[in-house]
Write a new protein. Structure first.
Length: 897
């Protein structure tokens, strides 16, 4: 456009000069109408274009020498559209005759009516005026002229004119039509009034049309090179696809250009468009070398809704519905009120400074005492600012570096004053900037007080550092001296942080690397003691957790929980906890390391310690194939504890056991191995009171439904049982088999420990040694004792026993006793004379035998009773219905029966 006006003024000045010269020449030519063809031919020879003079040429002589020229047109340049390049319907120029005698040239008002000019530039850059401009050649050096001492032009009257600038290279077209320009006398150093009005149309990327009117007074001081417009009034009626319809008016008290001082001054600027008012002052200094601008600007009453509705009604090129601004359309459409702006400014090519900036939209406001934009250093600095938007107050400061590069940096401070988060979310939802978020009941989570304060530093758009971050939400707080986020390295470092929420206090430190791929996270966490029962209730009320049935508070208070650990999560599939300390009421769990590998499906608890219910469990657990067919192995040690006290703690009654069993002391130790097929306990040791069970290996085969005890050792009441046992069909019809051995023990001591009366015997040394050994096999209905060996004192019993139907036992046996002295086991003799025993009573306890269902064979190699020795006794015993059938055979020395 600048080139367009330059060309236009150049051509207009040339036309006026030619007209003035033509006046002086034609005045002395007789009837110039006779020379139309010669004039047209001359122009065509010089320009190569056709000049058409349709109207008459009229002359006046006194008091004005004048020319009144009718319709004249000049064709377009060769190679361009066949149309008129320029046309004038009427031209009227007058020169006052008398002043010429005094070497003064006084020109009357020059009238140009119906002037039309079409300037065209093709896509290749060629235009239709260069050939005319070349005809003038190089301008001649100025020469002193004494012919004309004074030049006066009474004015210019341009009527109903049209100017077209067709820029095909830029695919745009500018048209001024029905243009009118009227001026007062054109005198140097004297004010010149002028008025201009025209219709205009712009066709291209921007579609614009309307009318404009300009009125002003200009003063030209050529000697001082000063030019003033005062006042200036511009009114434009504008219509366009992207320009709000309405009236644009611009008024200034003064526009002054001083070429010597290189200053431009605009005072009292007032512009109005669509009810908006823009006012201010502007001073431009050194505009030809290093322009510097200072001034003030104030914008009031700007109706954003009108502008925004127009914008989205027909977005300009490059601003389609996919443009990010389109997402803000609901917000803009609901922006109800007025916007305003006020600031003082200083600017040059290197620096822009705004002072006391105030920007407002309704009750939303942005204020700052100063903004500095250093273009050379590529920096932006806001010393301090305050922002109020959506009832949120933000104070801070901001500094940016390398703002025009691809890697800008920024730093500053932000402080959000307490605001109502619940209300803000509702506003954003109404503005369609946020989807509806289901919020918990206000009584449970008010969300009425939120606040934030921090220092920040953003380096090269890929590194964010927050310092002294304080975040508050109702009674919840998050604090940390530093958070660092590096997008380039994909790392995050929280620094030491503190979180208080739901009556909990969490402290820790978190680091992350490979943040956007397979993140690795490590750090420390410490939960200070908190009320777990209360927390679960709160989470349930907040609908963050389903209801969990909890045990009675007396049994399990859940009033104090705490946790402390170091953690390392690698690529989201490996979790490692170090120095884990977990506390729940009086219960504690500790381990130096706990590793969970989700990729390998393994778990390693490390050496752990669990204290609960006055018990302490130590051990180590490993798991592989965790999510398929897990295999578990490790070691468990349950330190000595009081089972009866555990029952009391759980609210259960103690177990009543016969003496000497108290169940007040128990312990366990074992190595375990669990697979989908087996449960194996190695080196098992169980202690109850002073009794103990040991087994080198206990194996429960789930698939085969078998249970085996290898190298079983059971110590109870001073007795020791050794053996190997196995059970088949454990889950339905257990079948027991194996071999056991009871080491020699003192039955008298066992009876004493059981609180039973030790029978008095004639020989007090008997019943002091008992041992047993056998192979057994049985189920719930029968028991077989094979290779039975029983030792009582100095007697040995061997054989087999089979017992069926334990409710009414049927006993089959085949036994052999080497020797026994029954007299030793009888009670001591009383002072009263005893009743003599019959022979049967001497040999057999018939009362006991009648109560049993016996069927078997008993051999006694030697039996002594009543000082009588009997050898080789053989009983074939059969009892039925309390009848005893004996087929005895015995040998008494020197006699046989």
């Amino acid at each position: 456009m600048k080139g367009f006006f330059k060309i236009l003024l150049k051509l207009l000045g040339a036309a006026i000069a030619l007209v003035l010269i033509a006046i002086l020449v034609i005045l002395f030519v007789v009837d110039p109408n006779d020379y139309k063809e010669q004039i047209a031919g001359l122009v065509e020879n010089v320009t190569g274009r056709t000049l058409t003079i349709e109207g008459d040429i009229k002359l006046t002589f006194y008091p004005w020498l004048g020319l009144d020229l009718g319709k004249v047109s000049l064709d377009n340049a060769p190679g361009f559209e066949k149309s008129e390049f320029a046309k004038i319907v009427q031209t009227q120029v007058q020169v006052k005759l008398v002043p010429l005698l005094n070497k003064q040239l006084e020109v009357g008002t020059i009238l140009l009516e119906g002037a039309s000019l079409t300037l065209t530039r093709k896509p290749d850059g060629t235009n239709n005026w260069n050939d005319l401009a070349a005809l003038g050649g190089e301008p001649e050096a100025a020469k002193d002229s004494k012919t004309i001492e004074k030049l006066t032009l009474n004015g210019i009257d341009l009527r109903n004119s049209k100017i077209v600038w067709d820029d095909q290279q830029a695919d745009s077209r500018y048209v001024l039509s029905d243009a009118n320009l009227r001026t007062s006398a054109l005198l140097l150093n004297e004010p010149i009034k002028f008025s201009f009005n025209s219709d205009f149309e712009i066709i291209g990327a921007t579609q614009l049309r309307g009318q404009l009117a300009l009125d002003s007074q200009v003063t030209l001081n050529q000697a001082e090179q000063q030019y003033r417009l005062e006042p200036l009034q511009l009114i434009a009626l504008v219509q366009g696809d992207h320009i709000p319809e309405g009236t644009l008016s611009i008024n200034t008290q003064l526009v002054e250009v001083d070429l010597k001082q290189q200053t431009v001054t605009l005072d009292g600027i007032i512009a109005e468009i669509m009810d908006a008012i823009l006012s201010g002052e502007l001073l431009v200094q050194q505009f030809q070398t290093n322009p510097e601008l200072t001034g003030r600007v104030k914008l009031t009453n700007l109706n954003l809704q009108k502008w925004i509705k127009l914008y989205f009604k027909s977005p300009p090129t490059g601003h389609s519905a996919e443009n990010p601004l389109a997402r803000l359309k609901p917000l803009f459409e609901q922006t109800p009120g007025l916007a305003g702006l006020e600031t003082q400014f200083e600017a040059n090519f290197a620096d822009i400074s705004l002072k006391n900036l105030r920007l407002s939209v309704d009750n939303n406001q942005f204020k700052t005492p100063q903004i500095n934009l250093d273009i050379e250093k590529k920096s932006l600095d806001l010393k301090a600012f305050s922002l109020r938007v959506l009832n949120i107050n933000v104070d801070g400061q901001f500094n940016a570096q390398q703002i025009f590069s691809s890697k800008p940096s920024a730093s500053g401070q932000l402080a959000f004053a307490p605001f109502n988060l619940r209300k803000l979310l509702k506003q954003l939802e109404l503005l369609q900037l946020l989807s509806a978020i289901p919020l918990p009941d206000e009584k449970l989570l008010p969300l009425k007080t939120a606040a934030l304060k921090t220092e920040f530093h953003v380096q090269k758009a890929n590194k964010v550092n927050l310092k002294n971050l304080h975040l508050r939400l109702d009674d919840k707080q998050f604090n940390t001296p530093q958070i660092m986020l590096n997008f380039e390295k994909e790392t995050l470092d929280s620094g030491a942080f503190s979180l208080q929420a739901l009556d909990m206090h969490l402290q820790g430190k978190i680091n992350v690397k490979q943040l956007f791929q397979k993140p690795t996270v490590w750090g420390k966490l410490t939960f200070a003691p908190f009320n777990l029962r209360k927390l679960l209730k709160q989470l349930e009320q907040l609908q963050l957790l389903s209801a969990i049935p909890l045990p009675d508070e007396k049994l399990l208070p859940l009033k104090m929980a705490a946790l402390k650990t170091e953690f390392h999560v690698q690529k989201a599939n490996k979790v490692n906890l170090k120095n884990l300390h977990l506390r729940l009421d009086d219960k504690q769990f500790n381990t130096p390391q706990f590793t969970l590998n989700l990729e390998r499906e393994t778990l390693d608890s490390g050496a752990f310690s669990l204290q609960a219910l006055d018990m302490r469990l130590q051990g180590k657990i490993n798991v592989k194939q965790l999510f398929q067919k897990p295999t578990v192995w490790g070691k468990l040690t349950l330190a000595a504890f009081n089972p009866q006290q555990v029952l009391l703690t759980l609210g259960q009654a103690p177990i009543q056991l016969p003496a000497p069993f108290t169940l007040t002391h128990a312990a366990l130790q074992t190595h375990l191995n669990i697979t989908p097929q087996n449960l194996t306990l190695r080196d098992l040791q169980i202690v109850v009171d002073d009794n103990q069970l040991d087994s080198q290996q206990v194996n429960f085969n789930f698939a085969q439904d078998t249970l085996t005890f290898n190298q079983l050792v059971f110590k109870v009441l001073g007795t020791t049982l050794n053996g190997d046992l196995s059970v088949e069909h454990v889950s339905n019809q257990p079948l027991l088999q194996g071999a056991i051995k009871i080491a020699k023990f003192n039955p008298r001591l066992v009876l004493q420990r059981l609180g039973q009366t030790v029978p008095k015997t004639t020989d007090p040394t008997v019943l002091k040694a008992f041992a047993l050994e056998t192979q057994l096999q049985g189920d719930f209905s029968q028991l077989n004792l094979d290779n039975l060996k029983i030792s009582l004192d100095n007697s040995q019993l061997q054989g087999n026993i089979k017992i069926q139907n334990f409710q009414k036992p049927a006993i089959a046996f085949n036994l052999k006793l080497d020797k026994i002295d029954i007299d030793r086991y009888f009670p001591p003799k009383s002072k009263a004379e005893p009743k003599p025993l019959s022979g049967e009573e001497i040999i057999l306890p018939l009362g006991i035998l009648r109560a049993l269902n016996l069927n078997g064979d008993l051999k006694v190699e030697q039996l002594k009773t009543a000082n009588l020795k009997i050898n080789d006794i053989h009983f074939d015993v059969s009892t039925q219905n309390e009848h005893i059938k004996l087929t005895p055979s015995l040998w008494i020395p020197k006699n046989k029966y």
